[in-house]
Design a protein around this ligand. Structure first.
Ligand code: NDP
Length: 452
């Protein structure tokens, strides 16, 4: 087989790798990319995209329920078919896979299907094909991690949750992070009985307390069963389902156990040792500000290297790297400050900037504004779900240090507020902005009395 030599060879066609490859090729570089699984990586195939499609589906039953208060009734019963949802979701993802393929093709990137492995710092091998490049980029992402307990082979993870043959009637979710609360909301919305066990004393450890407490309260109101300071001990498969034994000496019987306990970088089969690449904590590849590993011409970005594990961060890292390496933009770096993020829980969270606890650690004197209210739609439907907004303000500089929301449309609203924080906006900037009435978002510009 012919040896190829590229200017840049990217390993992994996920969010970060595809962006870096396309942009570099656009600058005229000879670029190749290897992908052993599905085009688009975790986000498109086993993450953000299918998750959001399932979230949409899980919200439909309450729309049917709430519709009555707005004058709508239906004559026949409404039925949910999980296989229809999964089939339609898969069709949508296949469409996106093709778009990724087309984008790379149009950009002139050579796509090689297969898993790549370094044979040395200068060469990789993909299914027997040897490839050399001036620069390599590792953008291979990660995979779900399962707690190492007896019976862990019975656990599913988010990977399998997207392909279950049927909706579980009774599911136990282990973890209290992004994926645990999102899937708890998805399965609950579709009608499963949901139990969540979390080894900590509250959900979503690094997030603002106000969001964490109120999310737990809202999840409880919906009938989800939340257990804290509770760890899985072992799982047994019995005739009536799986028996999950916990550290609290309880046994939870269910038809699915899902681990949502973090993700591990996909570095095991990459041949990092052959290339001399050093990994750090939890197997992540160590990189510097340039996204450079300890080997000068090998770069890494996205979930395999950074601590953010967010698609838009990986995309931006890939774009900036290609700009610096091939676009004549040596000063193009990504700004990791105030990255907005969302959790598509039930209700969803949008958050940007510091939590109150983080802001207090800076020593600044703070003003804290909070607001909890029942959104207009819920007053008419009678649904007992509130929205919660919070602003954290530096009392002296007046800068808004953090903006947090739990409630319908929070991710959409916080995306825009992220711009204000990026521009170092002050509380007075919020105050002199006229609200849009009637919306939930207007509350952000009408909060006048601080809690403290
Ligand atoms: P997270 O790191 O968010 O949460 C992991 C949870 O599992 C924590 O509650 C952690 O507890 C717990 N845990 C870890 N190990 C064990 C164990 N051995 N036994 C019991 N509990 C354990 O990871 P996720 O898997 O939820 O998500 C992975 C990443 O994916 C996130 O960091 C996020 O960046 C990204 N993601 C982003 C989404 C979005 O943007 N909407 C959606 C989904 C994922 P403790 O807190 O005590 O460590």
């Amino acid at each position: 087989m012919t040896d190829e030599k590229y200017d840049l060879f990217v390993i992994g066609a996920g969010s970060g790798g595809v962006r870096a490859a396309r942009i570099a090729a656009g600058y005229g570089a000879k670029v190749g990319i290897a992908e052993g699984r599905d085009m688009g990586g975790t986000c498109v195939n086993r993450g953000c995209v299918p998750k959001k499609l399932l979230v949409y589906s899980s919200k439909m039953p309450r729309e049917f329920e709430d519709a009555k208060a707005f004058g709508w009734t239906q004559s026949g019963a409404v039925h949910f078919q999980w296989p229809d949802l999964i089939r339609n979701k898969d069709r949508e993802i296949a469409r996106l896979n093709k778009i990724y393929d087309d984008l790379l093709g149009k950009a002139g990137v050579t796509v090689i299907r297969g898993y790549a492995r370094f044979t040395s710092a200068q060469e990789i091998e993909i299914e027997g094909q040897k490839i050399k490049a001036d620069k390599f980029l590792i953008a291979v992402g990660g995979h779900p991690h399962k707690p190492d307990i007896p019976g862990s082979e019975h656990m599913i993870t988010s990977d399998e949750a997207f392909h279950l043959p049927a909706l579980p009637e009774n599911i136990v979710i282990i973890g209290g992070g992004y994926i645990a609360v999102e899937f708890a909301g998805i399965f609950k919305g579709m009608g499963s009985h949901v139990t969540l066990i979390n080894r900590g004393k509250s959900l979503l450890r690094p997030f603002d307390e106000y969001l964490r407490e109120n999310l737990a309260a809202e999840m409880g109101k919906q009938g989800m069963s939340l257990h804290y300071n509770c760890e899985p001990v072992k799982i047994e498969k019995k005739s009536d389902g799986f028996h999950l034994h916990t550290s609290q000496n309880t046994v939870l019987v269910c038809d699915a156990v899902m681990a949502a306990t973090g993700r591990t970088p996909n570095t095991e089969t990459l041949g990092l040792q052959a290339a001399g690449i050093v990994t750090g904590s939890a197997g992540k590849i160590k990189t510097d500000k340039e996204n450079r590993t300890n080997i000068a011409h090998i770069y890494a970005l996205g979930d395999v290297a950074n601590d953010h594990n967010l698609t838009p961060v990986a995309i931006e890292e890939g774009h900036a790297l290609a700009d610096r390496l091939f676009g004549g933009k040596p000063d193009r770096y990504i700004d990791y400050d105030t990255i907005p993020t969302a959790i598509f829980s039930r209700p969803p969270i949008g958050t940007v900037g510091m939590s109150e606890a983080q802001a207090r650690e800076t020593g600044a004197t703070l003003e804290i504004y909070e607001s909890a209210f029942r959104p207009m739609k819920n007053t008419m439907s009678g649904r007992d779900e509130k929205s919660y907004l919070k602003l954290i303000v530096d009392k002296n500089s007046r800068r808004v240090l953090g903006a947090h929301m739990l409630g319908e449309d929070a991710p959409e609203i916080i995306q825009a507020i992220g711009i204000v924080l990026k521009m170092k906006g002050t509380k007075e900037d919020f105050d002199r902005t006229i609200g849009i009435h009637p919306t939930a978002a207007e509350e952000f510009v009408t909060m006048r009395t601080p809690r403290v």
